[in-house]
Design a protein around this ligand. Structure first.
Ligand code: NAP
Length: 483
């Protein structure tokens, strides 16, 4: 049984998380981890709570909207579950409100018993090699944002007039980027890819994409369906160097327990067999394993090539395999380079942050002070901000649930906010006082309807609005039409 809290002028004991004293929770972020946290809260037996979600953009869903590749439409069906969660009367959405800029931690702490950070990993990791910042060398994350209509990146221009591109990294983001670059733009024209990206890709001269993995094919982190997709693309040859499939004993052994790697090796061997008949397609993807970029070459400010070094694998003390340079150098005459070597978390104003891991330090989702280990009362974290940028969308469901279990477990000792601050209108008053044009879930549904109906006319799932101002205008027009 939960401990009763001593509250109110009448000194009436009311338990936090009951009808008399609902738990007030703020969730920062609106991606999968955020929605799974809300769902888990609403499913807690005997817990009465009121959840407010704050999101930087008017549009919810985080990386489902701004990260999942446009040709992976079926993955986005997961948003139906989020929409259902959002119908709970105890849920409110405040879109177009940036935590740390529009509202601050010290403003939310008096209004919420618990705050959950679900902010993902907003930045990227660097390769740490000379020339990395030359024009033409970019993080894959911004290219992904660009083709997905992320408002921050929609005005970027990528020079796709070169024929050869290198994508560094062997994760699923690298696979997405490489696939988008070689897919026939007319196939993308049936997706929700941002219009500006579709136009640019229609003019693209890119014919060859080099996917560079620093370790071997048995260590690649991409998943098997993503690898198989390349074999199904119209007009694309997949080229694999047979030398890379000669596995060292440790890699061979790892296959006994790693099903994904075994399937990947089988598919790569099939690509080699198919290639033996010759390569005839206009576009090519080269899988190059055991290679690390060592220098980005440039002519003035602009990328002209990438120097790569052949690696061998070395077994570490903990049994893992690490890439080590052999001194064998090759130059790829690429005009564009996308580094896809992992996302990285960014610090939130006033919130604990571990620079080393790029995450919010926590124990089972409870935010802790990095220096002292002391729990930051009422503050929690879920998703990539909690565990780092790993796993698929579904990984966030149990992850968010475990944080919610910590939240509920802490209730007996949680004093909670003052009763005078429990008025649900206080946050709305604060946002209005600050002149913030916040977006409700109902507003988002108006915008959603608009995007979907524009898409219908073009036989596409939706045509995205990619500017915040445009989104707000559509919402206002929709609200005016309904009035
Ligand atoms: P990831 O899976 O962690 O892959 C990062 C890759 O970068 C690894 O191959 C890593 O190699 C490599 N790397 C790191 N540092 C490097 C360096 N200095 N030089 C060369 N290579 C380097 O990350 P991600 O691709 O960004 O994906 C993030 C998460 O989102 C993953 O869990 C992914 O599965 C998920 N995701 C899923 C989908 C999907 O389901 N379709 C789509 C996109 C993303 P090592 O292994 O040697 O470290």
């Amino acid at each position: 049984m939960r401990a009763a809290c001593n509250v109110g002028a009448n000194d009436v004991e009311q338990t936090l998380g009951t009808a008399a004293r609902p738990l007030r929770v703020a969730i920062i972020g609106a991606g999968p981890a955020a929605f799974y946290a809300v769902e888990a809260l609403f499913k807690q037996p005997n817990l009465v709570c009121q959840v407010d979600m704050f999101n930087r953009f008017p549009t919810p869903y985080g990386l489902v909207r701004e990260g999942v590749a446009p040709d992976h439409e079926s993955i986005k069906a997961v948003t139906r579950v989020y929409d259902k969660t959002a119908t709970n009367p105890a849920f409110r959405y405040f879109g177009n409100v940036t935590f740390g800029k529009d509202v601050h931690l010290d403003e939310l702490l008096p209004l919420y018993d618990q705050i959950v950070y679900a902010v993902g990993a907003q930045s990227d990791r660097r390769m740490g090699i000379p020339g990395e910042d030359l024009e033409g060398s970019y993080p894959a994350t911004i290219f992904v944002g660009w083709y997905n209509g992320h408002p921050d990146y929609r005005d970027l221009e990528f020079d796709l007039s070169c024929e050869k591109v290198a994508v560094v990294g062997n994760g699923n983001v690298a696979m997405d980027v490489a696939r988008i670059l070689v897919t026939d733009p007319e196939a993308l024209a049936t997706t929700d890819i941002a219009d500006h990206a579709l136009e640019a890709l229609r003019q693209s001269k890119v014919k060859e994409v080099y996917l560079l993995g620093r370790r071997g094919p048995a260590q690649a982190s991409f998943t098997n369906p993503e690898l198989k997709e390349f074999g199904e693309l119209e007009g694309v040859d997949v080229v694999v160097d047979p030398r890379d499939l000669e596995l060292d004993p440790a890699s061979e052994e790892s296959l006994l327990t790693d099903k994904n790697a075994t399937r990947n090796i089988n598919v790569l061997r099939r690509y080699i067999e198919e290639g033996a008949e010759g390569y005839k397609q206009p576009r090519k993807v080269y899988f190059k394993f055991l290679t690390s970029p060592v220098e980005v070459l440039g002519d003035g400010d602009k990328v002209t090539g990438l120097k790569i070094e052949r690696n061998k694998l070395e077994v570490q003390g903990d049994g893992t395999l690490r890439a080590k340079g052999t001194g064998e150098i090759e130059t790829l005459d690429v005009g564009l380079i996308f580094r896809s070597v992992g996302y990285r978390g960014m610090a939130l104003n006033g919130v604990e942050f571990d620079e080393k891991t790029g995450t919010i330090p926590n124990v089972a989702g409870r935010v802790i002070n990095l220096a002292t280990g002391e729990q930051q009362t009422g503050q929690y974290v879920v998703g990539w901000a909690k565990r780092g940028p790993s796993g698929i969308i579904g990984t966030n469901k149990p992850d968010s649930l475990s944080t919610v279990q910590s939240m509920v477990g802490d209730l007996p000792d949680l004093k909670g906010i003052e009763d005078s601050k429990r008025d649900l209108g206080l946050i709305e008053d604060l946002l209005k006082e600050k002149g913030l044009d916040y977006v409700t879930y109902q507003d988002w549904l108006v915008l959603n309807e608009y995007e979907v109906s524009r898409g219908k006319a073009q036989n596409r799932p939706r045509v995205k609005c990619t500017r915040v101002g445009e989104m707000l205008d559509i919402i206002k027009q929709g609200a005016a039409a309904q009035a």
